[in-house]
Design a protein around this ligand. Structure first.
Ligand SMILES: Cc1cc2nc3c(=O)[nH]c(=O)nc-3n(C[C@H](O)[C@H](O)[C@H](O)COP(=O)(O)OP(=O)(O)OC[C@H]3O[C@@H](n4cnc5c(N)ncnc54)[C@H](O)[C@@H]3O)c2cc1C
Length: 426
C-alpha cells in the first residue's frame, strides 16, 4: 500500500489522516506530545498573580505546554496549540460555516459540511444553562438591534458544566477536538509519531520524496508517496520555505481584543466561553473571559469572578509573513480603524449597562487563527493544489484560506481537508 505522511494532527491533519487511512498507510508526524488539559488550581494561580511572577505570556508553557505563544514586533500575542489535536484542544468549540469567499471562487464544500454535520455533534444546548450575566448581555444585544445568536458548539454540550475552562482543555470531555478524528484513524491502523518536528520536504525530480524530521545530528529522513502539510497557518509556511517553496506575504491572524470592566458577580470565568456572538462587517463580538489578559495584563488585576468582558474578533488584512522564528504581522490602518469601531461598540454596550468610560479597560491584543500564506484562488478551485507544489505534495490546513474570516475557522478547515483528501484518493 502507498505511504502517506500527514504533518500535524490539528483540525486539518486529523481529518486528512482519518479520510486517507483506508487507501494509504498513514503516518502522522506531530511536533508536540499527547495533549494534557491544564491541571493547576486557578484560585491558587489567581493568588500567585499578585506576586508579579506572571509577566510574559510566553511563560504559559510552563503551566500548560499545549499552549504555544509567540510575539510579533508589534506585541501581538499569537496563540496556537502544539500537541495531539493541535489548536482544536484549546479552542472554544465554536462551529460556524465560513466558506463564502471559497464559494465565490467556485469551491462548493456543501457535501463536506453535510458529512461533518453527521460526524461531529453540533448544538446550542449550552444555552439552557446560561448564567444570569450572559442572559442579561444577550437581552441587551437584542435591545440594541445587534441580532445576537447563541453560538453553535462542537461536542456534547448537554453535559457542559459551565466551568469556564474551554480553552484550557475541556476537563469534562464535552468539547469536540480533532483527537477524536485522530483516534478513529489510529483505530484503523494510522501511525502517530509525536514529539517529531518536520523540518523540510525533500524534493527531487519535481517529486516530493519524503520528510526530514529533527535537526542536525538528530535528523532523519522518512520516505513517502504522498505528503500532506497540516502544520497550521504558522507551521506549514515554514516547512514550505525550508523546502524551497515560496509562500505569499498574506498572513492573517484574526486579532482579538477584549473590552472589560469590573462587575460584581459577573462569573464569566464560570461560563461557557463565547456563549453567543454578534456579527458586524469586519468583526464579531462575543462575551469572553480572557485568561491571557487576566494573568498577564496588569489592568486585569481584579478578582476573576468580577470581570465582565466582551471580545472583538477582527477580520484583519492579508498582510504579514513567517520566516524562521520571525513573524511579521503589523495591523494596517484599516485594521486599526475596524478595531476601534469594535471598541466603540463594546464601550457603548457597557455604557448602556451603566458602566462609566473611566471604568473600562482593554485586554492584550492576541490572535489564534493564522492562515492565508498559500491562499486558494479560482485557478485552484478544482484541484485545491497550487502549481508551485510537486504533484504529490499537498497543503490542507488554514494556510489555504484566502481571506481572514474574523470568525471561527475549524469547520471550514475540516471541510477543506476532506476535499483535499478526496482529491488525493482519486
Ligand atoms: C484560544 C483559541 C480558541 C479558538 N477557538 C476556536 C473556536 O472556538 N472555533 C474555531 O473554529 N476555531 C477556534 N480557534 C482556531 C482554531 O483552533 C484553529 O484555527 C485551527 O485549529 C487551525 O487548524 P490547523 O489544522 O490549520 O492547525 P492546528 O490545529 O494548529 O494544527 C497544527 C498542528 O501541526 C503541528 N505542527 C506544527 N508545526 C509542525 C512541524 N514542523 N512538524 C510536525 N507538526 C507540526 C502542531 O503541533 C499542531 O498539532 C481557536 C484558536 C485559539 C488559539
Amino acid at each position: 500500500m502507498k505511504k502517506a505522511i500527514v504533518i500535524g494532527s490539528g483540525a486539518a491533519g486529523a481529518t486528512v489522516a482519518r479520510e486517507l487511512q483506508e487507501d494509504f498507510e498513514v503516518t502522522v508526524l506531530e511536533a508536540g506530545t499527547a495533549f494534557r488539559p491544564f491541571r493547576y488550581s486557578l484560585t491558587l494561580l489567581e493568588r500567585l498573580r499578585k506576586s508579579g511572577l506572571f509577566y510574559d505570556e510566553r511563560e504559559i508553557r510552563w503551566l500548560f505546554p499545549a499552549m504555544h505563544i509567540q510575539k510579533t514586533a508589534e506585541k501581538i500575542v499569537l496563540v496556537n496549540g502544539i500537541g495531539t489535536g493541535g489548536t482544536t484542544t484549546i479552542a472554544t468549540g465554536n462551529a460556524l460555516r465560513m466558506d463564502r469567499d471559497l464559494q465565490k471562487m467556485g469551491i462548493d464544500l456543501s457535501d463536506e459540511f453535510h458529512q461533518i454535520s453527521k460526524e461531529i455533534p453540533i448544538s446550542t444546548a449550552h444555552q439552557k444553562h446560561w448564567s444570569k450575566t450572559t442572559r442579561q448581555l444577550f437581552a441587551l444585544c437584542e435591545d440594541m438591534g445587534l441580532n445576537p445568536q447563541p453560538t453553535p458548539k462542537m461536542g456534547n454540550y448537554e453535559g457542559c458544566a459551565h466551568c469556564g475552562k474551554c480553552i484550557l482543555g475541556c476537563p469534562h470531555g464535552v468539547k469536540w477536538d480533532s483527537r477524536r478524528f485522530l483516534r478513529d484513524a489510529m483505530a484503523r491502523g494510522a501511525k502517530l509519531i509525536d514529539n517529531c518536528r518536520a523540518e523540510k520536504i525533500v524534493i527531487e525530480n519535481g517529486k516530493a520524496q519524503g520528510v526530514i524530521v529533527g535537526k542536525r545530528f538528530n535528523s532523519k529522513f522518512i520516505p513517502a508517496d504522498v505528503i500532506i502539510l497540516c502544520a497550521g497557518g504558522l507551521g506549514t509556511p515554514l516547512i514550505l520555505q525550508n523546502s524551497g517553496i515560496d509562500c505569499q506575504a498574506g498572513l492573517f491572524v484574526d486579532p482579538v481584543l477584549c473590552v472589560a470592566t469590573e462587575w460584581q458577580g459577573a462569573l464569566q470565568n464560570k461560563e461557557v466561553a463565547m456563549p453567543f456572538f454578534v456579527q458586524q462587517d469586519h468583526f464579531m463580538l462575543s462575551p469572553y473571559f480572557d485568561y491571557l489578559s487576566f494573568f498577564f495584563n496588569k489592568n486585569w488585576r481584579k478578582p476573576a469572578t468580577n470581570i465582565l468582558s466582551l471580545m472583538i474578533k477582527l477580520a484583519d488584512s492579508n498582510a504579514g509573513s513567517v520566516s524562521g522564528k520571525k513573524i511579521d504581522k503589523i495591523l494596517q490602518e484599516q485594521d486599526k480603524k475596524h478595531l476601534q469601531h469594535g471598541v466603540d461598540l463594546c464601550s457603548e454596550f457597557l455604557r448602556r449597562m451603566g458602566v462609566k468610560k473611566q471604568d473600562l479597560f482593554l485586554g492584550t491584543l492576541n490572535a489564534g487563527h493564522p492562515g492565508g500564506m498559500l491562499p486558494l484562488t479560482e485557478k485552484e478551485a478544482d484541484t485545491l493544489h497550487h502549481s508551485t507544489l510537486p504533484e504529490n505534495l499537498f497543503v490542507a490546513d488554514a494556510t489555504l484560506i484566502p481571506k481572514s474570516l474574523g470568525n471561527p475557522p475549524i469547520l471550514t478547515i475540516i471541510a477543506l481537508a476532506k476535499r483535499v483528501s478526496n482529491l488525493i484518493k482519486r
